[in-house]
Design a binder for this molecule. Structure first.
Ligand code: NAD
Ligand code: IMJ
Length: 257
């Protein structure tokens, strides 16, 4: 197979299991020739992440909770020691309190709002700052977003606000990092049954059904579809694109009713 990303080094943040969107992206980048590094959140996930990462020949597998500045510093120190520089950063991380993903948005607490925005939006800024120092030859930074940033989606609540902030962060980061030839994008994926999606969201199947019935392509999307776009965005073919929010949702976002 053609390996357009041969020799590139990619850091993947947010792998939890083999249904994660990060797994679809990791596989696509691996297929196209990238060397990979991964984080894991806590010992429980380490047990799942390590064998998956090793199956793709990962060169770094290290702990990172993005809400902790010390962990961010030590994680990127490890990357610096082992790799020196790298080319691609994938941020596939979101978290809000379960209580805040249901009921009325107006009831979101200050603490719940801070947590969701910290883990799901500010973390992109924090890791991009570290990545910039290790991307002297330019690079690509990708994050994952959802349509709930643009329109009100039942129960998405504070995560919608966090994704709106994340999408805006992408534009400000793209402006700051562009002169260093670092490109920044958000991929807005349609609903996919992952841990973060199925995790107690009672009507999640309804969202899959709606995309299957109403989207122009009448099909749901997969982590592999997201992986294919991620790989393209890292190619030289995309070298004059930055700051975009690109939908991979079978066109669902264009439908008004
Ligand atoms: P997932 O549960 O597989 O991935 C979410 C990841 O976030 C997990 O690996 C988890 O460990 C990590 N995470 C949470 N808090 C963290 C912290 N403090 N520090 C480090 N890591 C932390 O689910 P997914 O659906 O693959 O989610 C990945 C991204 O895709 C998220 O940003 C999500 O919002 C986005 N997204 C998902 C869908 C969907 O329908 N599944 C659609 C559009 C966008
Ligand atoms: C999440 C909640 C409500 C509706 C939702 C979702 N729809 C979709 C998602 C329609 C597609 C999944 N998504 C896009 C997310 O960003 C999920 C983020 C998330 C999920 C959980 C579940 C478990 C938990 N905290 C979470 N924090 C963020 O405790």
């Amino acid at each position: 197979m053609n390996k357009p990303l041969a020799g590139k080094k990619a850091l993947i943040l947010g792998l939890a299991n083999d249904r994660s969107i990060a797994w679809g992206i990791a596989q696509a980048l691996h297929d196209q020739g990238c060397k990979l590094a991964f984080n894991f959140l806590g010992e429980n996930l380490e047990k799942r992440v390590r064998p998956l990462a090793e199956s793709l020949g990962a060169e770094i597998i290290a702990p990172l909770d993005v809400s902790n500045d010390d962990q961010i510093a030590s994680f990127f120190n490890t990357v610096k020691e082992k790799w020196g520089t790298f080319d691609i950063l994938v941020h596939s991380i979101a978290f809000a309190n379960k209580d805040d993903l249901g009921g009325r948005f107006v009831d979101t607490s200050r603490a719940g709002f801070k947590l969701a925005l910290d883990v799901s939006a500010y973390s992109l800024v924090a890791v991009s700052r570290e990545a910039e120092k290790l991307m002297p030859n330019g690079g690509t930074i990708l994050t994952l977003t959802y349509y709930g940033a643009e329109k009100v989606i039942p129960n998405y609540n504070v995560m919608g606000v966090a994704k709106a902030a994340l999408e805006s962060c992408v534009k400000y980061l793209a402006a700051d990092l562009g002169p260093n030839k670092i490109r920044v994008h958000a991929i807005s994926a349609g609903p996919i049954k992952t841990l973060a999606a199925a995790g107690g969201i009672s009507n999640f199947r309804d969202f899959l059904t709606t995309v299957a019935e109403k989207s122009p392509m009448r099909e749901n999307v997969s982590p592999e579809d997201v992986g294919a776009l991620a790989a393209f965005l890292c190619h030289d073919s995309a070298k004059h694109m930055t700051g975009s929010v690109i939908h991979v949702d079978s066109g669902y976002n264009i439908i008004g009713a």
